[in-house]
Write a protein that binds this ligand. Sequence first.
Ligand code: SF4
Length: 388
Amino acid sequence: GRCLSACPVDAITAGDNTLKFIRDLSTPNKLVITQMAPAVRVAIGEAFGFEAGDNVEHKLAAGLRKLGVDYVFDTSWAADLTIMEEAAELQNRLERYFSGDKSVKLPMLTSCCPSWVKFIEQNYGDMLDVPSSAKSPMQMFATVAKDIWAKEKGLKRDEVTSVAIMPCIAKKYEASRPEFSRGLNYDVDYVITTRELIKIFQDSGIDLKTIEGEEIDQVMGEYTGGGIIFGRTGGVIEAALRTALENMTGEKIENVEFHSLRGFDGFRACDVEVGDIKLRIGVAHGLEEAGKMLDKIRDGEEFFHAIEIMACPGGCVGGGGQPKVRKNKDAILQKRGEGLNNIDREKNMRVSKENPEVQAIYDKYLDHPLSHKAHELLHTRYFVKRKK
Ligand code: SF4
């Protein structure tokens, strides 16, 4: 396979793990768990007669179980966990900055897109302390699955095969980075893209159109509106602000939809104002735009408090592993993104910190965001990389 979208991860060994997945599923006594990224559920249906943006998560859960997956979990749960860490980091940097500490690194840059992370490592080696050190939702999920969930079940790390269903080819590369894993058998054993899963379903005679939907497994399946919008451009920073601003003001935000952050331009400069906090936020999708902006920030021509950067058009809904779009690309990607917004709108819980299953993991294991334990499990480091 090759990297198809704007993603610059040229050295990705985009290994197709389809056969491995099928073999693991048919091995007796092998425990296979999956997570699925937000963007997968609003696009995979296109191959089975659904509209772009239709949420087929329950059918996806049923289809995966039919293939033999033992536990079907949700990356959106871990997106809420990522937000807990990232929002705490943002709050910490902003409070220090507002109290006059000019040594604080701003803007805080999001770090959940592996193509973007590799891009900054290759091109902006002097700026590696600006991205959030929080791991991506995929990696946080997998660490918790192997280091906490498996132990609770009395299993060793290597007794769990952890598979990530992703819209993204670069996630295969991310899964293979040792600094994101806690053991020699990696936290994410391998990644299956949306397109690969479509093929597996088709070859196995599983039709998402007719299959009866089933619930996603709990403990790592519950998510808030904040967790689900991760899959579209602007969603990560919007989710981070919902939690960070509630924590900073101590008040519940009445309108959690930050429309000033939404839209489809390659780079959007947005103002967000809540109470007496005023923030200048950037949102980039596509690395060319991101690069131009980083040059200006480095030269002191521009200032932002935080910037979300995603490599693919539209964010992960337009990922290189998603069903190919041949016509009306922007309109289809926007429909997928709107599908995520609809899920968000229908949720009672829309702010990541409200997720009871995320709160439970702090109460039982992690204490609080940015705690010593949280750092050990959920954060990472970045390295200067040479361009190939
Ligand atoms: Fe992958 Fe999403 Fe980044 Fe695209 S934007 S490379 S799909 S993480």
